[in-house]
Design a protein around this ligand. Structure first.
Ligand code: 9WN
Length: 440
């Protein structure tokens, strides 16, 4: 039996320890700065227990928002020498849009922020506080989503693209392999750099040196092109219409529409964009044969036939119809992704039968709590209640048995990567507070 209230206390303790006064570190040491989608997930949990902190978290993140609307993937409020790349590496002063204070990275991460803001508004007791917060965030969120549709969808297709694996939040996912392997990098021409991540966690679990060379190569390409997306869209070899990124955008557009209504503004633009992106996703990214959505490589004009758990994320955005959702469940609830009642633990990030599946290697197999939280919400939305209860229960069991790790082994269940990882604690806390009454 899980002591849910004890688990909740432990999750709160982690969020307290990682809180800096301005934002929550994803993890002490390994990830000391403010990360974009981490902050949104963390703010969702703080909405239940400490809404003022949730508001400060998002306000701090949006201090780093660029004038063109982009929300950067890292905001560097302070200097820390435990993480590469630091602020200087990005040379964002070459962009006319980047803020000088705080310093930031030059790329973005999935747009979960409108969803976090709506979550906070719903959880705030005082109507006045909620309205003030909504009024502050609304124009910022509009600018952020407009940036994505303007700069990341140059052919007005309704699907936005990412230009760096870090933008996906799933850094070394096998989705990127085919594209990255086509990028030849001469290490001699790269700016010198030194990784710091492998000082904190097992090097064999982290991305390879060749992955990092390509990450660095792309950053160099961006600053050499002054972060001008028009130029980058012409020259960048990595341009991918990613399923997870677009699914989260659709959900965020629907949530922004609700925020607009709450503020007595028109929701029409957000609603119609959400619908449009959903339609395009069904036309272009749906794979009826397997019952999953695939990413699309814009440069080589190719579907990326890679079976990752994020391929089921359109459930969270209400994109598939009933028949598609049933097809997806046949695949999701099978050996490949750990079916209900089998000897495995929650949904792995990659099909367990796929070549290169690894239960330990970062985004190439391990269980991540944010993906499971997204699939929990998605399957619940479609009324797959038994399945949704199973994911929820697995998330609680894994964390109560092993602690709040960055990711977990789907076959053996142990925790890996960094311990005391904030979004793991946050999303488990969100699940608990949505249902249980542990409050003192
Ligand atoms: C690069 C902070 C971030 C998460 C990403 C996760 C990892 C960074 C890294 O950590 O990425 O952004 O250095 O590995 O992949 O999803 O936001 O927790």
């Amino acid at each position: 039996m899980i002591d849910v209230c004890d688990l909740r206390e432990k999750a709160i303790k982690i969020l307290d320890t990682n809180w800096t006064g301005l934002y929550t570190q994803p993890a002490y040491g390994l990830y000391p700065h403010q990360w974009s989608w981490d902050s949104a997930f963390i703010a969702m949990a703080n909405a239940h227990i400490n809404p003022d902190r949730a508001i400060t978290e998002l306000r701090s993140l949006f201090k780093g928002q660029w004038e063109n609307g982009m929300v950067p993937h890292i905001v560097y409020h302070r200097r820390h020498d435990t993480y590469f790349p630091g602020p200087e590496f990005w040379r964002t002063d070459r962009s006319p849009y980047a803020p000088r204070d705080p310093e930031t990275s030059g790329i973005c991460q999935p747009p979960v922020h409108a969803s976090a803001v709506l979550h906070i508004i719903r959880n705030l007791d005082s109507g006045e506080k909620a309205r003030t917060f909504a009024r502050m965030m609304y124009p910022r969120l509009v600018a952020w989503h407009n940036y994505l549709y303007r700069e990341r969808d140059p052919d007005a297709e309704g699907l936005v693209h990412i230009v760096h694996p870090w933008e996906s939040g799933q850094d070394n996912s096998p989705i990127w392999d085919s594209v990255l392997s086509g990028i030849t990098v001469d290490p001699e021409t790269l700016p010198p750099y030194q990784r710091k991540d492998t000082q904190f966690v097992a090097p064999e679990d982290r991305p390879e040196a060749t992955d990092y060379d390509r990450y660095v190569y792309l950053v160099q390409l961006f600053y050499e092109n002054h972060y001008d997306m028009k130029k980058i869209n012409d020259v960048c070899p990595f341009q991918i219409q990613d399923v997870l990124f677009n699914a989260l955008l659709i959900r965020a557009e629907m949530d922004l529409a609700e925020i607009a209504v709450y503020l007595k503004k028109s929701p029409t633009m957000f609603e119609s964009r959400a619908k449009w992106t959903g339609l395009r996703m069904n036309e272009k990214l749906w794979d009826a044969k397997h019952g999953i959505y695939f990413d699309f490589d814009r440069v080589n004009q190719k579907v990326i036939d890679c079976h990752v758990a994020a391929g089921f994320s359109p459930l969270y955005a209400g994109v598939p119809d009933r028949d598609q959702a049933l097809r997806m469940m046949d695949y999701l609830n099978s050996f490949a992704f750990c079916p209900v009642g089998e000897e495995c633990y929650a949904v792995p990030s990659y099909d367990r039968r796929a070549p290169g599946y690894s239960p330990r290697k970062y985004w190439r197999g391990p269980i991540w709590m944010n993906i499971n939280w997204i699939l929990y919400r998605g399957t619940r939305l479609y009324g797959f209640d038994e399945y949704a209860r199973w994911i929820r229960q697995s998330m609680l069991e894994l964390t109560s048995r092993h602690g709040f790790y960055e990711y977990y082994d789907p076959d053996k269940g142990g925790g890996h990567g960094t311990p005391n990882f904030s979004w793991t604690a946050a999303l488990v806390l969100d699940l608990i507070d949505e249902e249980e009454t542990c409050r003192d």
